[in-house]
Write a protein that binds this ligand. Sequence first.
Ligand code: SF4
Length: 145
Amino acid sequence: MKYRFTRYSPWLVHFNTGACNGCDIEVLAALTPLYDPERFGVKLAPSIRHGDILVVTGALTKKSAERLKRLYDQMPSPKFVIAVGACAIDGGVFQKSYSVLKGADKVVPVDVYVPGCPPRPEAILDAIVKLRERMSQVEPQASRQ
Ligand code: SF4
């Protein structure tokens, strides 16, 4: 019998690689009862080892790159990544800084990009729901390590 993730309730892990906190506030807002992500089975994971979706905010610095990669490696497969905000996508307003890598996808594979500075909670929740739909098509053995 094929096992699919249609009945799957993905848990989120949030990592700030150096954000101004603007995106973080919006991520937290998207997780409040006002937007009610739990109706989709989505909630914050108690630890990285229980996470299915890694939500990255902020400009990825050289120092935080190693930590982001380590956190990603600690997540069980299948695992997915959402880059929230201009900084996480390409460094945003900090992209010309000597210490900033241009985007989280330089270190981990990003599945969904949510543009904005910061994006609204509705956009973040929409990205999570769309990724959840894509997850329902993924077979465990086809997932990335
Ligand atoms: S995208 Fe904008 S709001 Fe988000 S961390 Fe960067 S500067 Fe702050």
